[in-house]
Design a protein around this ligand. Structure first.
Ligand code: ZN
Length: 139
């Protein structure tokens, strides 16, 4: 069994920017020619998340809209008092979505649904450059 760790540097616009990173993960899998195992996808940082979605224009609007209702960006949070910054909502959204996803692969193919893409969501209130780690564990 092999453990291979790769990384991608991805620029975002922040503010719930949703970036499809499925091809980044697929590229790593093809490069290393692993057949069976798991791909763990992890974003470094406490104001971003890794999830999956059907990556289409409607849901790219729906997700930020529903988050604005549950965790509004214009509310004051205790975190903002701690550091004097204004991204309490970004941290809370990141914690709820989580910072990683594990996708199994078989015969060199990610076992994603046809309409299921792996996404990086940047919840911070400004553009960021994110480091996404892809760790392949398999043979
Ligand atoms: Zn903060």
């Amino acid at each position: 069994m092999k453990i291979i760790t790769e990384q991608h540097i991805i620029k975002t616009t922040g503010n719930c920017d949703i970036v499809d990173i499925t091809e980044n993960v697929r590229y790593n899998l093809l490069t290393h020619k692993l057949k069976h195992g798991n791909a763990n996808v992890f974003v470094v940082g406490s104001t971003a998340s890794i999830s999956t979605i059907e990556y289409e224009p409607g849901l790219k609007k729906d997700l930020p809209e529903i988050l604005e209702k549950f965790i509004p960006s214009n509310k004051r949070y205790h975190h903002d008092d701690t550091w004097g910054d204004h991204n309490g909502h970004s941290h809370l959204r990141s914690t709820l979505f989580g910072c990683s996803q594990t996708v199994p692969f078989v015969n060199g193919e990610l076992l994603l649904g046809t309409w299921q893409q792996i996404i990086l969501i940047d919840f911070d209130e400004r553009p960021r450059t994110r480091k996404v780690i892809v760790q392949l564990i398999g043979e």
